[in-house]
Design a protein around this ligand. Structure first.
Ligand code: TNX
Length: 779
């Protein structure tokens, strides 16, 4: 009897301990390093323990918009778990997520209070609730973004309090849907991407030379004609031929008014304002192709398939019919878009036609204008009046400053921050979109590794340094800065996956510059959080650039010791970089990089960033060639040009190679002049070949040599020719690096080598020719 009750007590105790420890173990404790929200919240207090979303969790709502948000939340959960979370108006005793109206919070601000048994999202507007939910998603495991059920996941978030609000009220992205058309589904997917980063403006660039993308009922030809161009997608943008107006366009598309309304409603539910841009007076070849009377000459043109420069086919500023057309178009646009802003472009108008057009001249005379810039200003002011009369505000690119700004206009500063500074000083609102930090059509990694882009270099870390407020601004001027925006021009972006590649992850960096308090900005901290964001992108089936993973090399040459040391780095600090030398396999044999790698012989170095012992991103291959001319004396018989000096005397023999960026400091240039140099190898030795590294980049007039001749000597005075190659000129629109290897028929013994590379004499476009050389390798 005694034994029995003892056993009973023991069983009871064990059960109790087990139960207690189980529930205790279930309480996950998060560390601050586990929280990877982007953009970083303004204030976060973390406590021990967690709230777990289960099949029984209830969503508590009090209004219709809250109901809609709760429904999207429940749907997301249904996708990944199969559960049907309840949405109720009554608050249960525990395990619920509730939306609570809190009037003291600013619009867009929210508070998130996560406790053991409940989650409360407080906000004074739908925007705040949207952001509260987005934050919950980012507290959850990345697989919440999956499109299908995921097993064995604890849907747990840390007990914490978050008080969050944006630094800037305008946080935008511009999509150019004209140069290449992007459809409704893609635009909606982009809206999801924006909301996730707490961005609140999608600026749609609906009109440009190469395509009119919005249905206008009064002018059907705008889309019947203007939305379609002759398909020349197989050619480089700047190499597409001018088409005649008779040719039928087959490539393009447009958004119907119905589709746009659907997009707008979708965006509104995510607190995103859609700002339409209807370009004028330039970038409108497509409209002139549809209605030739809109231009000064009324000449018929075709919709251009590619580059148009300079932009002279612009709207006539003299004829009244132009303004009637534009007002009718804008009236329909205003009916579709609830946004308080209408963007009218205004950039890059070459106004030569206006100088000779009798209508424009008459207008200038009547209005007392002397310069064509003032006529553009008249144009914009007149359109502004119309837009204001409809209760809307005008935005334009910074060119609208020229000739006098329209009284109420907001300026989008793209040519640096200068226009923004000027406009703010005049008391106008400003949105900063400087090309230096905000142009997502620029390269984000070394050109050799990236898909073709328009140029520039705006890596993730550069975007992260963006600040819409310029240090020199007075507080009054700074108060006019509404925020910032990234622009994705799409000349070189034909597909959705490419478009996403350019947007993400740079959008994440931008979002933090526009949302989070400046004091919290920290690249190192961001660089750990972004990795989780990559996982979220993957679950969302979103393409994104891994360029920031790329390892880059720097080579330092010790000319005395004739050795090369290679440093490896990555945009992120404290990266796990590993490498192999020669033919070893990077997957298995890589060693961690800790200090510069010293090399005395030619070899290949492969390197990559590693995560969890696996290479991530692209593997880089660097060929190091230690050749016979390394660090030997070079005599320049024809001097290099003062504009492109490379690194000076040893440039051609320092083993450092130039990149496709011809201004990278590794190239020596000769202008309308041949390169003639000799190298003293210090002693007679056997030579098999001479290689000359050159560049072909015809746009800025850099051409391959037309011939290369190699001569040898043993006294440095009398040379004999060993070999000469001729290089026929071939037109090209690419940037190509070429190594011309002049292989000798027999091994030659010599101390002095002379190389003569001839410069192109007659260039296709006329004008001068450059010859660029980065290295001469002797083997
Ligand atoms: C300039 S930015 C433009 C666009 C081009 C872009 C390419 C601006 C207002 N105009 O038309 O697409 O450069 O980066």
């Amino acid at each position: 009897m005694k034994t029995y009750s003892f056993t009973k007590i023991a069983v009871l105790i064990i059960t109790f301990i087990t139960l207690f420890s189980c529930s205790y173990l279930q309480q996950k404790n998060f560390e601050i390093e586990d929280i990877h929200i982007i953009p970083k919240p303004a204030e976060l207090t973390l406590k021990k323990g967690s709230f777990k979303i289960t099949r029984q969790t209830t969503l508590v709502v009090h209004t219709k918009p809250q109901m809609e948000l709760a429904t999207t939340f429940a749907l997301k959960f249904k996708n990944v778990t199969g559960w049907n979370l309840k949405i109720l108006e009554q608050t249960p005793s525990k395990n619920f997520i509730t939306f609570t109206y809190e009037s003291s919070l600013q619009t867009e601000a929210y508070e998130l209070i996560v406790a053991k048994n409940s989650v409360t999202i407080k906000a004074s507007s739908n925007a705040g609730f949207v952001y509260g939910l987005e934050t919950i998603y980012q507290l959850l495991p990345p697989s919440i973004e999956s499109k299908k059920v995921v097993a064995n996941i604890n849907w747990e978030i840390p007990i914490c309090t978050i008080k969050d609000k944006p630094r800037f009220k305008y946080r935008g992205l511009m999509l150019d849907v004209s140069r290449h058309f992007f459809n409704k589904e893609y635009i909606k997917k982009t809206i999801d991407g924006l909301a996730m980063h707490k961005m609140n403006v999608l600026h749609l660039h609906l009109v440009d030379d190469q395509g009119w993308r919005i249905e206008i009922k009064k002018y059907p030809k705008l889309t019947e004609v203007g939305a379609w161009r002759v398909d020349q997608e197989d050619k480089h943008w700047i190499q597409r031929r001018t088409v005649s107006p008779e040719e039928k366009g087959t490539y393009g598309g447009f958004l119907t008014q119905k589709e746009l309304k659907e997009i707008i409603a979708y965006a509104q539910s995510k607190n995103i304002d859609i700002i339409p841009e209807i370009e004028m007076p330039a970038h409108v070849s497509c409209a002139i192709a549809a209605y030739p009377y809109l231009s000064c000459s009324e000449k018929r043109i075709g919709v251009p398939s590619g580059s148009v420069w300079p932009i002279t086919d612009i709207y006539c500023a003299g004829k009244e019919t132009t303004f009637q057309f534009l007002e009718n178009v804008l009236e329909e646009v205003i009916d579709i878009f609830p946004s308080k802003y209408i963007h009218i472009g205004g950039d890059e108008a070459t106004k030569t036609n206006w100088k000779t057009c009798p209508y424009c001249q008459k207008r200038m005379k009547n209005e007392g204008l002397t310069e064509v810039e003032e006529l553009q200003s008249y144009f914009v002011k007149r359109i502004e009046k119309f837009i204001n009369s409809k209760g809307k505000k005008l935005i334009g690119w910074d060119e609208i400053l020229e000739g006098g700004l329209a009284p109420e206009a907001t300026v989008m500063s793209w040519r640096g921050v200068k226009g923004g500074l000027e406009a703010a000083a005049e008391g106008h609102d400003v949105i900063m979109t400087p090309g230096t930090h905000c142009y997502f059509d620029h390269y984000q990694g070394p050109q050799e590794e990236e898909p073709l882009a328009i140029g520039g270099f705006t890596p993730l870390s550069k975007v992260y340094q963006f600040d819409p407020i310029v240090a020199s601004m007075t507080p009054e001027e700074a108060s006019h800065v509404l925020g910032g925006q990234a622009n994705l021009w799409s000349e070189y972006i034909p597909t959705e996956s490419h478009s996403e590649y350019m947007i993400y992850p740079r959008l994440a960096a931008l979002s933090e510059t526009l949302w989070s308090p400046k004091e919290l900005r920290n690249w190192k901290d961001f660089s750990t959080r972004i990795i989780t964001m990559f996982e979220r992108y993957t679950f969302q089936e979103r393409n994104y650039a891994k360029s920031s993973f790329l390892v880059t090399t720097n080579t330092v040459v010790d000319l005395n010791e004739k050795k090369i040391s290679l440093t490896l780095q990555n945009e992120f600090p404290l990266s796990d970089i590993r490498f192999v030398i020669g033919n070893e396999d990077i997957e298995h044999d890589a060693i961690q990089y800790i200090k510069p790698i010293e090399l005395k012989e030619s070899t290949i170095v492969k390197a990559s960033l590693f995560k969890n012992d696996k290479p991530v991103g692209n593997i880089i291959y660097d060929t190091i060639i230690i050749h016979k001319a390394l660090a030997k004396k070079v005599k320049y018989i024809t001097p290099y040009h003062e504009k492109y000096t490379g690194v000076g005397a040893f440039n051609l023999v320092n083993a450092l190679r130039g990149t496709k960026n011809f201004k990278d400091g590794q190239w020596q240039g000769w202008l309308n002049n041949d390169m003639e140099i000799s190298i003293d190898l210090e002693k007679k030795q056997p030579i098999n070949s001479v290689t000359v590294g050159t560049m072909d980049y015809q746009r800025p007039s850099i051409f391959l040599p037309t011939s290369i001749e190699v001569l040898v000597s043993n006294n440095g005075i009398k040379y004999t020719q060993v070999k000469k190659i001729e290089i026929p000129f071939v037109k090209s629109n690419l940037i190509t690096l070429r190594n011309f290897k002049i292989q000798f028929d027999d091994v030659v013994e010599a101390q002095f080598i002379k190389v003569i590379a001839t410069c192109l004499k007659n260039t296709p476009q006329g004008g001068g020719a450059w010859l660029f050389v980065d290295e001469i390798l002797i083997e």
